[in-house]
Design a protein around this ligand. Structure first.
Ligand code: TXA
Ligand code: MG
Length: 330
């Protein structure tokens, strides 16, 4: 299969790209689309054959469920049953954070197939704030299943070129709208009558969520993702990666080429063959949006090791650390 790339920068380009994407989606094809978090690999969520193509292209195990993107909040109760105990909370959260990088797990309706939820009773739902994604889904007119557009276990794509690295020849169309805003995947939450449970950290921090009730962070990563779908090893570069808070005392053995993924300006870059800085002034948002891009670049340098400097474990920093820890697990 030949992969076509359509730019969607100018309003005119967007119209062309959105109508081509919607047309392919209606035919049951998969299409890679930008979202505000990372690029997604989209398919008609209500068409099992189309959804199956996502699993095939990504080489994703079937036990790993997909996030369903809705055209707007009005679709919520068409795909999910919201019980009275969490109704108010759902209303508040979606009002505050949708469209945007928050994914909510809710009891699915029958219209959502087992394939999408991997047999789980809850479906993961969000509304993307990306103008191009919004235009495509509006034109398509229904929910789109869309995991990150990378092969299973690999680094999420934050630019169209990354999607090609991962899926060239496996997807008919990639819509290119430039680098994504947040750079890390959406925050995933499960809602309980008395608390919000964070299953995957992301751009919406626990601090932001705590305005709406007590927040607990799900910890144990399990190999078969019952709830969070969070595998311990994920976002894996091909090069081995370690995370350290002491870059200074790290010794690079003779003849070895180490790369540094730096957080602070204080890190001593001279002993490293390649250095990528997440941010120039310890800004979490900047660091998150650069993370996967920098990792991908380091991974392409044939290094013996990637050394990632620890990021402060707070707010968005926790979401970055979460990705780094998983990238270090193999
Ligand atoms: O920002 C994002 O969320 C991006 C963009 C494209 O929207 N999507 C994304 O999808 O990150 P994916 O498939 O790469 O990650 C979704 C995670 C997986 O870990 C999956 O196991 C979990 O969400 N998940 C999806 N549906 C679930 C469900 N019904 N119950 C529990 N976990 C679920
Ligand atoms: Mg993913």
């Amino acid at each position: 299969m030949k992969t076509h790339i359509l730019p969607a920068y100018s309003p005119e380009e967007r119209v062309v790209a959105a109508s081509r994407a919607a047309e392919l989606l209606r035919k049951g094809e998969i299409v890679a689309l930008p979202t505000e978090t990372v690029y997604g690999l989209a398919a008609d969520a209500l068409n099992a054959d189309a959804v199956l193509k996502i699993f095939t292209a990504k080489e994703r195990p079937r036990f790993n469920p997909l996030i369903v993107h809705l055209p707007n909040v009005d679709w919520l109760e068409r795909v999910a049953v919201i019980d009275s105990a969490t109704h108010e909370l759902v209303g508040k959260l979606t009002k505050e954070f949708w469209p945007g990088p928050l994914t909510v797990l809710l009891q699915r309706r029958q219209i959502v197939s087992d394939l999408v939820t991997a047999g789980l009773e809850r479906v993961a739902l969000r509304v993307s704030a990306h103008p191009v994604f919004s235009e495509v889904i509006k034109e398509f007119g229904g929910p789109l299943a869309a995991p990150s557009a990378n092969r299973f276990g690999r680094i999420s794509p934050t630019a169209a070129a990354h999607v090609l690295d991962e899926l060239d020849g496996r997807v008919p169309l990639v819509v290119d709208a430039g680098p994504t805003e947040h750079g890390i995947e959406s925050t995933i939450v499960a809602l309980w009558p008395d608390r919000v449970e964070v299953l995957r950290r992301g751009p919406i921090s626990a601090e932001q969520l705590s305005k709406f009730g007590p927040v607990v962070i799900a910890t144990a990563a399990s190999p078969k993702p019952e709830a969070p779908g969070q595998l311990p090893s994920h976002y894996a570069p091909r090069t081995q990666l370690i995370v350290t808070d002491d870059v200074r005392s790290l010794v690079v053995p003779n003849g070895k080429q180490f790369g540094l993924l730096a957080w602070s300006a204080a890190a001593q870059p001279t002993k490293f063959a390649v250095v990528r800085r997440l941010t120039s002034n310890e800004d979490f948002r900047e660091a998150a949006s650069n993370l996967f891009h920098c990792l991908r670049e380091l991974d392409q340098q044939n290094l013996d090791l990637i050394v990632a400097e620890k990021v402060p474990d707070q707010g968005l920093g926790s979401a970055i650390m979460d990705r780094l820890r998983r990238a270090a697990t193999r």
